[in-house]
Write a protein that binds this ligand. Structure first.
Ligand SMILES: NC(=O)c1ccc[n+]([C@@H]2O[C@H](COP(=O)([O-])OP(=O)(O)OC[C@H]3O[C@@H](n4cnc5c(N)ncnc54)[C@H](O)[C@@H]3O)[C@@H](O)[C@H]2O)c1
Ligand SMILES: [Zn+2]
Length: 316
């Protein structure tokens, strides 16, 4: 839908344009697709100076960024994200990559785009489910870094969750800044600063993996992971019941799930143990003390983790 317009604008600026369409599923984030795009690029690129413009959701952004990072040892690229998740998260921070059968994002590079251009008008055509996926990440940012944003979401949830452009623009700006600030302090996740972006993701990823990526989508799983992390934070006496309740309420208002479907407790726990956030035999969780205040804790007793996950399972 936007492709024709994009081509016109780029050509009007005197640029040669070559489109490469990829299927709109996670399957496109493969080394095979990357090689196919690169070969096309190599044919087109005879004595030209090329750059890549990634136009699409996180799949396209991760794939295009990865190609830009390896083609001719690195060429410039621009992110024009078209999903809420990509605008607030995946287009920012330079994590690029493709999946292998052995696991997601196993091949990749950290390679920053020259520009990230987000426009809320692209989001008009996004499905409600896809909007909610992005909102889960927005709620994550508010919890870990921005209690004002959290209150804003509570107060304006109707406009935000209905996709009003002004409110969306406000939250996309806030979240982009939070992510960019965090990444610029700790691009390669060496100082435990970038780690806080994993809030809700430890168990979230396990929930996605436990249903072989056929149950909850990423944002839904992250919403559940946020609830589990917030329950654990309460159990270890970091977080008040009142704040935990506010978090649960906002997730409910966003239309995100509060119960896990299509996965058993053991499947989630096993997937959790395979997660790369385990350092040696220790588990590691990003927990919260209050809105905007995180704490990284290692070695949470398994009983507490099991209990928090069990609470989110639908009774059989
Ligand atoms: N690099 C990072 O830091 C990072 C962070 C989070 C997620 N990711 C990756 O991002 C990917 C998920 O991204 P996503 O949620 O954007 O999914 P996606 O790219 O698969 O897009 C979801 C769906 O929305 C469609 N779509 C895109 N823009 C649209 C629009 N404007 N209107 C209507 N439909 C539109 C797509 O065609 C697709 O069907 C995963 O591969 C994940 O690993 C990367
Ligand atoms: Zn995420």
């Amino acid at each position: 839908m936007f492709g024709g317009r994009l081509e016109k604008i780029l050509k009007a600026s005197g640029l040669g344009v070559r489109f490469k369409l990829v299927a709109d599923t996670e399957k496109s984030k493969s080394i095979e697709t990357a090689v196919s795009v690169i070969r096309d690029l190599a044919h087109y690129d005879r004595r030209k100076q090329v750059f890549i413009l990634a136009f699409g959701g996180g799949v396209v952004g991760d794939l295009a960024g990865f190609i830009a990072s390896i083609y001719k040892r690195g060429i410039p690229y621009i992110q024009v994200p078209t999903t809420l998740l990509a605008q607030v998260d995946s287009a920012i921070g330079g994590k690029t990559g493709v999946d292998l059968a052995e696991g997601k994002n196993l091949i990749g590079a950290i390679y920053q785009p020259r520009l990230v251009l987000s426009d809320v008008r692209f989001l008009k055509t996004l499905s409600r489910r896809q909007m909610r996926t992005g909102l889960a990440e927005v709620i994550k940012y508010a919890i870990i870094k921005d209690k004002e944003l959290f209150s804003y979401l509570e107060a304006r949830y109707n406009d935000v969750f209905r996709g009003s452009p002004d409110e969306l623009q406000h939250i996309i700006k806030r979240c982009s800044k939070i992510k960019a600030d965090i990444v610029s302090c700790d691009e390669r996740e060496e100082k435990k600063i970038r780690t806080i972006l994993n809030f809700g993701h430890t168990v979230g990823h396990a929930i996605e993996a436990a249903s072989s990526y056929k149950g909850h989508n990423h944002g839904e799983a992250i919403a559940l992971g946020i609830l589990v992390a917030s329950d654990i934070s309460q159990k270890v006496k970091l977080l008040s019941a009142k704040t935990a309740q506010r978090i649960e309420n906002l997730i409910r208002l966003a239309g995100l799930p509060r119960k896990i479907k299509k996965a058993s407790l053991d499947a989630v726990i096993n997937a959790h143990y395979r997660d790369k956030k385990f350092i040696g035999a220790k588990n590691r969780f990003v927990l919260i003390e209050a809105l905007g205040k995180t704490k990284i804790i290692e070695n949470i007793p398994l009983g507490i983790i099991r209990e928090a996950i069990r609470k989110r399972l639908n009774p059989a």
